[in-house]
Write a protein that binds this ligand. Structure first.
Ligand SMILES: Cc1ncc(COP(=O)(O)O)c(C=O)c1O
Length: 411
């Protein structure tokens, strides 16, 4: 977890110097976490969509991670950091023939296939180019659960893969014939994001494992891999009940592996995003205005949904604290609604208790924003300045991206 108190003064200095909202990442702490993650009894990929910053990629690469990439942009970014294309897995429901061809040309040899079309395209391409490739078929299950999840857990159909019976139809239609250069080595299923309860995760993983083993029999696949995707959650409310303990994850995976995979000679893969990097990033934004509307205290801040979209998407605020030179613990606290600068009331960062004398020119400091922050936002709306990005590494501070004004990208 990010040690905010250790960085308070540096953050205040940076805020004054950069004069714009900024993200910061503690790469020393991330490296330690990555080293511990790498002891899990699985093959680990980092899902680049969580945070594609080059120094984060390099930190995880050094710690032995492979990479899950979902676009040509992500591919170029990992290759630029010196990652061997053989350590790249290409996932995602939108892969055109041309995109698959591009990935092959760049040396990528492992693909998650999400449709009959992707299977046909890769079959044709690998044969044409005489390139042996490995593939996992992505499966979506219908869950007996009253919960819903944006990744499809809970019953709604999604673009992510096919149902088991649909893969069986694909086979019945002859599309598994004459695969020649294409080796289907396993199955992939990921439908539940941000799970913090180990018992829930165990239930999800057990269900997936049993159903995928069953499906691999029906499809006559020599199952070598079950890819469980991501989905490990982080404590967005700093609540001990919400903290997923790594040793419990380790134990759950070891037990499942022993019970189901060892006799098959198969292994688990994980594509971690949020749990890999989420806790190692913070975001700082200046308070610009303070007012009372309908008896409610409001703070308007420079940064909001244009840099951090998750609260608007999920109505779930990030943890946030006041960042100022001296915190007076005797001061009364008061409830404030924090709004970003966009012209929509959806740009609400959350409701918080702050010292009642909070004022314009104080800063707010959000944590748990290392994943799905900078790259999962809407930075161009209203032409505000793009946020800076700063890393803390080897006890030094590096500004890796200065704030970028709209004049540089407006046409
Ligand atoms: C295919 C795939 N793998 C991995 C991830 C990472 O998931 P998480 O951030 O929950 O670890 C995602 C996230 O959407 C995904 O779509």
């Amino acid at each position: 977890m990010l040690d905010v108190s250790a960085h308070r003064e540096v953050l205040l200095d940076l805020a004054k110097k950069l004069k714009a909202p900024f993200f910061y990442y503690d790469l020393d702490a991330l490296a330690k976490h990555a080293e511990r993650l790498n002891r899990l009894p699985v093959k680990l990929f980092y899902a680049l969509k969580a945070n594609p910053l080059s120094s984060i990629i390099r930190t995880l690469h050094t710690e032995g991670f492979r990479f899950d990439v979902a676009s040509i942009g992500e591919l170029e970014q990992v290759l630029k950091q010196g990652v061997d294309p053989k350590d790249i897995l290409h996932t995602g429901p939108c892969k055109s023939y041309e995109q698959l061809e591009y990935f092959l040309e760049k040396g990528v040899r492992i693909f998650v296939l999400e449709s009959a079309q992707q299977l046909c395209d890769l079959k044709v391409l690998s044969k044409l180019k005489k390139l042996p490739v490995q593939a996992l078929l992505r499966v979506q299950l219908i869950w007996d659960s009253d919960k819903e999840n944006v990744l499809g857990g809970g019953g709604c159909q999604t673009p992510f893969g096919l149902l088991p019976n649909e893969w069986q139809e694909v086979k019945a239609n002859g599309l598994f014939n004459d695969l020649s250069y294409l080796d289907i080595i396993g199955l992939h299923c990921f439908q539940w994001g941000n799970i913090v309860d180990i018992n829930e995760l165990k239930l999800i993983w057990t269900t997936i494992t049993k159903k995928l083993i069953h499906l691999s029999d029906a499809l006559e696949i020599d199952l070598k891999v079950i890819d469980l995707g991501g989905g490990l959650g982080i404590p967005y409310h700093h609540n001990a009940n919400e903290t997923l303990c790594l040793s419990e994850v380790d134990q759950a995976l070891s037990e499942l592996k022993e019970a189901y995979l060892e006799e098959l000679g198969a292994e688990y893969w994980l594509e971690l995003g949020r749990y890999a990097v989420g806790e190692y990033g913070g975001y700082v934004s200046r308070i610009v205005d303070k007012k009372t509307v309908n008896n409610k205290g409001l703070l308007i801040t420079e940064g909001g949904a244009q840099h951090l979209l998750r609260p608007a998407l999920t109505q779930d605020p990030f943890p946030c604290q006041l960042l100022r030179e001296k915190l007076d613990s005797n001061m009364q606290t008061k409830a404030f609604h924090v709004h970003g600068p966009l012209c929509t009331s959806l740009d609400k960062m959350g409701g918080y208790l702050f010292s009642e004398d909070v004022s314009p020119d104080d800063y707010l400091l959000y944590d748990q924003v290392g994943a799905y922050g900078f790259s999962e936002s809407m930075p161009f709306f209203l032409c505000h300045t793009l946020p800076a990005e700063v890393i803390f590494q080897d006890n030094k501070v590096h500004i890796v991206r200065a704030p970028v004004g709209a004049e540089s990208w407006l046409k």
